[in-house]
Write a protein that binds this ligand. Structure first.
Ligand SMILES: [Zn+2]
Length: 664
């Protein structure tokens, strides 16, 4: 009914560009036809397989939400909350009628801050559990710091409190520090945006205030460490007792901060970027109270702009959508409503979604593929000549204890403590942030649930959870073109199989090698193993450094290394799993393409993608993944790809056998 029109199963021949040699540009060869006939919709920064499936998932989800709204479910039930939350977001007339009223008490509280102690308290009150360093990898929070509650680095059986750097509205410190015309232009426009937002909220002298807010954020950016450094967990395992903060990071009144954050009883924290905490804390002391109050007010307005009157929402989009991502139009309100409900009541929606859209047969078939790919990894590890036997044994143990979640979680989050009320969307969003925060804080020190998911079933993505030694493959990615029970095995293994292989390989990569089979931080590699691994992966980083999406901007091979390794390993293991699934038989051809050709084309078609320039530039600076076209081209590291497409020296992607990077 709402499934995309699917006349054929397997690779999409109409998306190929046969005029391009696979060995010259595999991305263009597999997706050129699609790229030629595809326009980026005006409400998107880019388009690809993931956004197409997200659109489908959104359509399905809005149907479920509308059903929930009509269901007259009992008061207090999740179904009732889904409908009420969505409707409160969609009620634009009520939002306009309330105007600034919902914001007023919070702005008044900021204006009433009299001294740095009260400031510290307010900064603590703004702390949310809105970052995630290892699972969904989100290192960004506009609050001064961000909290992540996850299994402990030093005690993986219990939940620990991780604190991460924050305080910036722009996506990364580069936006503040980079010395080039493009970024200078963004900063000028950002300052104008700050001024406009403050003016809309009734502030006077907003040009001067905006200048000071930007100066403060610039100073914070100077204290931040880079994304590539943040990704290095060996730099992140810094335990600070609560009593240590005053000495390690003087400036901020930490006792007041933790009181505001309801964390006074938490004795121990893992501080991800210690130098940033020292630097940002000092700025609390050295920067004027006036500037901090304006910074707090602006950050509050920005955080809630999407649920304030249209003037705020439009101004926020004009800067963050148009200027930062190059997107001409805001997405339709219903789509943003779906995103909001997914964000705040994701499991409640997901439970219905999984029941409706993920049949047990699909689950069984996906589980069979996972088993084949894990078996392929076992053989690959056993065959490695460079790895020490003890290291191999721990790698195999990690595969044995790996929890692979397919489709949906075993248990669902309880939303009974979250009130969706008739006071409107602002209050509903405000309470949701606190509900999620207190849910996480309440778990500190408790035993972990290794089977807990970090993605909802309606999310088009997949994830490795290193501290739980677990993987999640949500229902919404387990559908065509990634996974189609009616497609040939070659296409399924090339498409979703390589994604499965990618996630499994994170279990062993630079990140996974730091966690043992119980999720403990324990280096289970010998020095010689690590030396080999670093040498091999350094070559991959160098390979990616040569990719230039724009003449003045190259991929940062160090920043994307973990994901690039996973891509290479993922194809290799999926290819083995695919061969094993044939059981010695020859794969059926499709439209004249051999099984092996289908396998690699299906892989390349995962990465069919088109981006606006601003959005792609932002990605290169802030995403641990390389841009899509280079992910498709990484087949150049796989021997079987050369024979499959008869790739010869002189073709652009050709690498001599010695230059192909083999890791697993
Ligand atoms: Zn990954």
């Amino acid at each position: 009914m709402d499934t995309p029109k699917q006349d054929t199963h397997g690779i999409v021949v109409a998306n190929l560009d046969a005029s391009v040699k696979p060995g010259d540009d595999f991305s263009q060869y597999t997706n050129g036809g699609w790229i030629k006939r595809t326009e980026i919709p005006p409400d998107r920064g880019g388009v690809g397989v993931f956004t197409r499936l997200s659109d489908l998932s959104d359509k399905r989800t809005v149907g479920l939400i509308e059903e929930a709204a009509r269901a007259h479910a009992p008061a207090g039930s999740s179904v009732r909350k889904i409908g009420a939350l969505y409707n409160s977001y969609m009620d634009e007339a009520a939002i306009e009628a309330k105007g600034l009223m919902p914001l007023r008490p919070h702005l008044d509280a900021i204006a009433a801050i009299q001294n740095k102690g009260e400031l510290a308290r307010a900064l603590g009150e703004s702390l949310r559990s809105d970052v995630d360093a290892l699972n969904n990898t989100n290192f960004h929070t506009p609050n001064l710091f961000g909290l992540w509650v996850a299994p402990g680095f030093n005690d993986s059986e219990h939940y620990a409190a991780y604190l991460l750097q924050g305080g910036l509205q722009l996506p990364d410190r580069e936006y503040y520090l980079a010395d080039n015309d493009r970024m200078r232009d963004i900063r000028t426009k950002y300052q104008a945006h700050i001024s406009t937002m403050l003016k809309l909220a009734g502030f006077a002298d907003t040009d001067v205030r905006a200048e000071h807010v930007l100066e403060l954020e610039h100073a914070i950016a100077e204290k931040h460490i880079s994304l590539a450094d943040s990704e290095d967990i060996h730099k992140a395992n810094n335990t600070w007792k609560q009593a240590d903060f005053a000495a390690n990071a003087p400036g901020l009144d930490w006792a007041e901060y933790f009181r505001g954050a309801s964390l006074r009883k938490q004795t121990s924290f893992i501080v991800w970027q210690p130098s940033a905490f020292t630097g940002e804390s000092a700025l609390v002391a050295s920067t004027s109270l006036d500037t901090w109050r304006d910074w707090l007010a602006f950050h509050l307005i920005e955080a809630y702009a999407g649920v304030l009157p249209k003037a705020f929402d439009d101004e926020r989009f004009a800067f963050f959508g148009k200027i930062l991502s190059g997107t001409p139009e805001q997405r339709p309100r219903w789509k943003r409503g779906v995103e909001l409900v997914n964000g705040l009541l994701g499991d409640a929606v997901g439970q219905i979604y999984a029941q409706r859209y993920f049949p047990p047969e699909a689950k069984a078939e996906a589980q069979a593929m996972v088993a084949n790919i894990i078996a392929a990894f076992r053989k690959r590890i056993e065959a490695l000549s460079w790895m020490d036997p003890a290291t191999k044994a721990e790698a195999q143990a990690k595969l044995t204890t790996l929890y692979v979640g397919i489709g949906y979680p075993e248990t669902w989050r309880d939303y009974s403590a979250y009130d969706v009320k008739a006071d409107g969307i602002f209050g509903n969003v405000w309470r949701a942030g606190l509900f999620a925060y207190h849910h996480d804080v309440a778990r500190l020190g408790l035993p972990i649930d290794r089977h807990e998911w970090s993605m909802t079933p309606q999310t088009v993505n997949a994830v490795n959870l290193p501290l739980q030694n677990a993987l999640n493959f949500p229902a919404a990615i387990l559908q065509p073109p990634f996974f189609d029970p009616q497609a040939p095995a070659a296409a399924n293994y090339g498409a979703i199989g390589s994604v499965i292989g990618h996630e499994i390989s994170h279990t062993f990569d630079t990140e996974g090698s730091a966690f043992d089979s119980k999720g403990r931080v324990r280096n289970w590699w010998t020095d010689a193993d690590l030396a080999h691994f670093h040498a091999a992966t350094a070559r991959l980083a160098t390979q990616y450094d040569t990719y230039k999406p724009f003449p003045d901007l190259a991929v940062n091979g160090k920043q994307t290394l973990g994901e690039d390794i996973a891509d290479v390993a993922g194809i290799a293991a999926a290819y083995d799993g695919y061969l094993a699934s044939l059981g010695g038989k020859t794969a059926p051809t499709q439209d004249g393409f051999s099984g092996d050709q289908q396998f690699f084309i299906a892989f390349g078609q995962n990465w069919g993608s088109k981006s606006r320039e601003a959005a792609l530039r932002r990605r290169v600076l802030t995403d641990p993944h390389a841009p899509a076209e280079f992910r498709a081209d990484t087949v150049r590291n796989i021997d079987a790809w050369y024979s499959t497409f008869d790739v010869k020296p002189g073709e652009k992607l050709y690498l001599a056998p010695a230059d192909r990077v083999r890791i697993w």
